[in-house]
Design a protein around this ligand. Structure first.
Ligand SMILES: [Zn+2]
Ligand SMILES: [Zn+2]
Length: 399
């Protein structure tokens, strides 16, 4: 097989961003984003809204959730390719929303602290996007691309969306009362704020779990029955889809092995420690600021800055800290898993068998690493357990 098999394909277009499926998935996300934007605009401009206890309003946490969530949806729509750009757009919406509240609507005024709370929500979401961004070399990227294709199959159809909504509803029903119950054990309970946090956590956790289940089902189904990554049709001829004519990307449907339980724990241990370490060390610093304020005036000033904010800001700062720590832990775990996947042509990912001498198939394809550089890849199978691995053809990498 020579290099000429891959003409002018230095950088492959992301297969999950082309074709009918991508257009449908994007339309679905635009719909969700528009609905959320409308809901937030109405809720923040309705005259004289008083939510909850007026001395301890939950509006900071509402801004944190609303503008963070809106930015996440905006990213899913796909208009912005850079995380900085989508953060700037989210921030612009938050400021516009706050400024228009000062245009003489009764019982409403603009507040800098509302904007800060919204901005912190956006920061957490953008760190989350970074945590889940493509990472690693060719083998790791192939696995991630395949996953994105599976997500495209899911988001382009109504059935899976209904499953996701049902899962989110279930999560709210479970987590909302649980959150209020936990909050009621604390000295100054705020049921409304607890309900909001519980509802959001419930929605996130259970819809992400449902998405994971749907992705796994799709990956299983497409491993045996390949489908067109552009239109979803299974009517595939040798090289092209007979329905839309797109090139068949069968290398995306390689059934990758998963790491074993003990390897998973080894990969996850350090990221979990990292996340917990971030939360603990920041908490220790903040607590010691309070203790040090009698001796050091500067510590007292920083402490006053953190604790002297409007009601609800402390909860927003707590959530931000947890979000930052979780994003760092997820990113670290994904980088470690990617490194493991990239080393799979030397050591089997499933059974740790030495594969450095194992031959690969003659067929090859072009794969990209996270930087976009293209490499000629060949697939092989572990002689011990039969799991697939991908090897970069030596010296044939093209840029
Ligand atoms: Zn097609
Ligand atoms: Zn093996």
């Amino acid at each position: 097989m020579t290099q000429s098999t891959f003409p002018e394909m230095a950088i492959l277009p992301d297969p999950s961003l082309q074709g009918l499926l991508a257009r449908r998935a994007r339309a679905a996300w635009i719909l969700v984003f528009a609905a959320a934007l409308l809901a937030i605009a109405v809720a923040t401009h309705w005259p004289n809204v008083r939510v909850g206890d007026p001395t301890r309003p939950p509006d900071k946490i509402i801004h944190f959730i609303a503008f963070g969530g809106l930015t996440a949806l905006l990213w899913q729509v796909g208009w912005f390719k850079s995380r900085i750009a989508v953060a700037a757009a989210g921030f612009a919406i938050a400021i516009a929303d706050e400024l228009t509240q000062s245009l003489g609507i009764e019982g409403r005024q603009a507040s800098v602290e509302d904007v800060i709370a919204g901005a912190l929500g956006i920061v957490v979401v953008v760190l989350g996007l970074w945590a889940f961004a493509p990472v690693g070399g060719v083998a790791a990227m192939l696995r991630q691309q395949r996953r994105r294709v599976a997500e495209q199959f899911i988001f382009s159809r109504l059935g899976p969306w209904l499953s996701l909504v049902a899962a989110a509803g279930f999560g709210v029903v479970v987590m909302l009362p649980a959150s209020i119950l936990i909050d009621s054990r604390f000295p100054r309970p705020n049921p409304l704020q607890a309900a909001l946090v519980g509802a959001v956590l419930g929605t996130l956790l259970s819809s992400l779990m449902m998405l994971e289940a749907l992705v796994r089902r799709t990956l299983q189904a497409t491993a045996t029955q390949h489908r067109c990554t552009a239109c979803g049709s299974d009517a595939l001829a040798k090289a092209d889809c007979t329905r839309c004519g797109a090139a068949v990307q069968s290398h995306l449907f390689i059934e990758w092995p998963e790491v074993g339980g003990s390897t998973f724990l080894r990969l996850a241990a350090r990221p979990v420690l990292l996340g917990v370490g971030i939360v603990v060390s920041v908490t220790v610093v903040v607590l010691s600021l309070g203790a040090l304020r009698l001796t050091f005036p500067l510590a007292g000033q920083v402490d006053a800055l953190i604790h002297g904010r409007a009601y609800g800001m402390t909860s927003v700062l707590d959530l931000t800290l947890v979000g930052v720590a979780a994003a760092c832990a997820v990113r670290s775990f994904r980088a470690r898993s990617a490194a493991r996947a990239d080393a799979a042509s030397e050591r089997c990912i499933a059974c740790a068998f030495d594969l450095s001498q194992t031959p690969v198939s003659d067929d090859s394809f072009v794969g990209n690493d996270a930087s976009g550089a293209a490499h000629r890849c060949q697939v092989g199978r572990c002689g011990e357990c039969g799991a697939s691995f991908v090897r970069i053809a030596s010296g044939q990498g093209t840029r």
